[in-house]
Design a protein around this ligand. Structure first.
Ligand SMILES: CC(C)(COP(=O)(O)OP(=O)(O)OC[C@H]1O[C@@H](n2cnc3c(N)ncnc32)[C@H](O)[C@@H]1OP(=O)(O)O)[C@@H](O)C(=O)NCCC(=O)NCCS
Length: 168
C-alpha cells in the first residue's frame, strides 16, 4: 500500500471542515492550504505544514495533487512557494517530509526540492499485513537559502512573487 485509500465524499466533507480551521498558526499545529491554478480551474490539490516544535523551528511538509494534474510540475511550484513561506515568513529551521519508500512521486518531488534523504526505515511497521518501508527527507533553512540563491527557474520566480503579495 503506497498511500491511504481514497476518501469517500462524506469523509472528504468532514476533512474539509477540519482543514478550513487550519488557516491560522498558534504554536504547534497544522497549516493546510489549497493548491489552485493561477489561471482558474478550481482546486487541484492541497499542501500542509505541520509545526512539530516551535522552539526548534521544526515542521513537516505534506502534499497531494489530483491524479489528473500530476506530472506537470504543479506540486513542485506549490511546494517551492510553501518552503519559501516556511523558511522566510515563519523563519523555520528545518522542514522534513516522510513517505512510503515505494511512493516515487513523493520522494522524487522532495529530491527536486533539494531535500536530503535522512533515513530509510526498513520493515519498521506492519501496514495492512505487509512490511512498511519509510523514507525521511529534510532541508535546513540555510540549505534552502543557498539553493534559492542560485537562479531559480522562471516559473518558480513567478510562483514566489505570487506568494509575496498573495494569500499569505
Ligand atoms: C507527490 C505528488 C504531489 C507529486 O506530484 P507530481 O506532479 O509528480 O510532482 P511535480 O509537480 O514535481 O511534477 C513533476 C513531474 O512533472 C513533469 N513536468 C512536466 N512539466 C513540468 C514543468 N513545467 N516543471 C516541472 N516538472 C514538469 C516532470 O517531468 C515530472 O514528471 P516525472 O516524475 O514523470 O519525471 C503526487 O504524486 C501525488 O499527489 N501523489 C499522491 C499523494 C501522495 O502520495 N502524497 C504524498 C504522501 S507522503
Amino acid at each position: 500500500m503506497i498511500t491511504g485509500s481514497p476518501r469517500t465524499l462524506k469523509e472528504f466533507h468532514r476533512k474539509l471542515d477540519d482543514w478550513v480551521e487550519m488557516n491560522a498558526l498558534s504554536g504547534e499545529g497544522t497549516l493546510e492550504f489549497a493548491i489552485c491554478r493561477a489561471d482558474g480551474g478550481g482546486l487541484i490539490g492541497d499542501i500542509s505544514l505541520r509545526i512539530t516544535n516551535v522552539e526548534a523551528g521544526q515542521a513537516e511538509i505534506g502534499f497531494s495533487l489530483h491524479p489528473g494534474r500530476q506530472g506537470k510540475g504543479y506540486a513542485l511550484e506549490a511546494a517551492s512557494a510553501f518552503l519559501e513561506f516556511g523558511f522566510g515568513a515563519l523563519k523555520l529551521h528545518r522542514i522534513f517530509g516522510r513517505c512510503d519508500a515505494r511512493n516515487a512521486g513523493s520522494w522524487k518531488l522532495m529530491e527536486r526540492l533539494g531535500m536530503r534523504r535522512e533515513a530509510h526505515f526498513r520493515e519498521h511497521a506492519l501496514f495492512k499485513g505487509e512490511w512498511d518501508e519509510e523514507y525521511y527527507y529534510a532541508i535546513l533553512n540555510r540549505e534552502w537559502q543557498a539553493r534559492t540563491g542560485e537562479q531559480p527557474p522562471q516559473e518558480l520566480k513567478t510562483a514566489l512573487n505570487g506568494w509575496e503579495t498573495g494569500p499569505l
